[in-house]
Design a protein around this ligand. Structure first.
Ligand code: SAH
Length: 349
């Protein structure tokens, strides 16, 4: 798909054409990856962060009780994932220097040793030595969204560490691929200052990186961060400000499926939070084939405050899981079994 076609899809408000796009993506999903929806157990490892991202509630300036899960707590979550029949756990965190090379290696070895589950890491921009050590410890996948394809906007919203060169996330993803990780990336939709050209370029980057996992969710304004107040100013600079709505998010999910037909694509928490259960299901019928139920212990979950409402659910893990499995059955789909690597990865190796 060329830039013009991508832009045409992104800009259209025509319901009939959109239904066509979503059906096309659903068809490609069915043909390539089949009916399975993989469940990944999300473990929010730490809310500590050294960065100052303008969009994220975990930024270092936030007055937030900080936590880091212990090895036993992490293994406990992984056992729960195993008991629920999940094949993968996803360890996500702020960019926390207290998550050391050795510490994370221990977590990974313990999870692999005691559950055998596939392990995905999303711990931010780390040194090549750290990433190598974790790969050798057995980590299977790494995800790091590039958030926006516009380097100037990314630098503004995600300032580099003081006195350090900015990290090129796209280049680092290529390094992770060389290390043997399955690689994941993605964007937020509707970031202040984001244009349709940015979204189109982002979709092209998904294809160029040949991503194994593509995560796309709407930007959710967090009142404790600087970005909501800067939104008007940044939007004025963008020629055509993209809105952070369900329709635009679903378009990007569908386009991601068309350009990365063999990737794993989650229906994201941010989408479910803003568009409800129906929004979550619509993504699963527009190209997505993964859901990531949150297994973080309730007390810590409340503190993983990336955006408002993130950790708000009081429902027990078992109830959320049962609901989800029921919804999957009602869609006429099945719960995926095993680690569920991307088909792209399986064909590459
Ligand atoms: N620190 C790691 C993991 C980040 S959390 C990293 O930077 O890679 C995972 C994702 O949450 C981020 O990549 C970002 O896309 C998303 N996120 C952060 N703040 C958000 C917000 N306010 N609204 C929606 N998504 C947000």
């Amino acid at each position: 798909m060329n830039r013009g076609e991508l832009l045409a899809w992104l800009r259209t408000g025509d319901e009939g054409r959109l239904a066509q796009l979503f059906a096309m993506a659903d068809g490609v999903r069915r043909l390539q990856v089949g009916p399975a929806i993989h469940l990944r157990g999300l473990i929010e490892l730490s809310n500590g962060c050294r960065r100052s991202c303008l969009y994220c509630g975990l930024r270092r300036e936030s007055a937030l009780d900080r936590y880091r899960l212990s090895r036993d707590e992490v293994v406990g979550c992984a056992r729960r994932a195993l008991a629920l029949g999940y094949g993968t756990v996803v360890l996500q965190a702020g960019e926390d220097p207290g998550l050391t090379r050795r510490g994370v290696s221990d977590y990974v070895r313990a999870i692999k040793g005691e559950t055998g589950l596939a392990v995905t890491l999303g711990l931010g921009e780390r040194s090549v030595d750290d990433l190598w050590a974790w790969r050798r410890a057995g980590a299977d996948r790494y995800f790091m969204r590039f958030e926006t394809s516009d380097p100037a906007l990314f630098a503004r919203l995600h300032p580099p560490l003081p006195r350090r060169e900015p990290v090129d996330r796209v280049a680092l993803l290529a390094v992770l691929r060389e290390m043997g990780y399955e690689i994941g990336s993605g964007i937020m939709v509707g970031l202040p200052g984001q244009t349709f050209a940015d979204l189109a370029r982002s979709v092209e980057l998904f294809a160029e990186l040949d991503l194994d996992m593509v995560g796309v969710g709407p930007w959710i304004p967090h009142p404790g961060t600087p970005l909501p107040d800067l939104a008007a100013e940044l939007a004025a600079v963008a020629a055509e400000q993209v809105t952070a709505d369900e329709a635009t998010t679903l378009k990007v999910v569908a386009l991601a499926r068309l350009v990365c037909p063999r990737a794993n694509i989650p229906s994201t928490t941010a989408l479910a939070l803003t568009a409800g259960t129906q929004g979550r299901l619509r993504a699963l019928e527009s190209g997505a084939n993964v859901v990531m139920p949150n297994l973080t212990p309730a007390t810590n979950r409340r503190l993983y405050d990336i955006y408002p409402g993130k950790g708000a659910t009081e429902a027990a893990v078992e109830d959320v899981d049962a609901d989800l499995k029921q919804q999957i059955a009602r869609l006429g789909r099945v719960v995926g079994s095993g680690p569920g690597p991307s088909l792209a990865f399986r064909m590459r190796t």
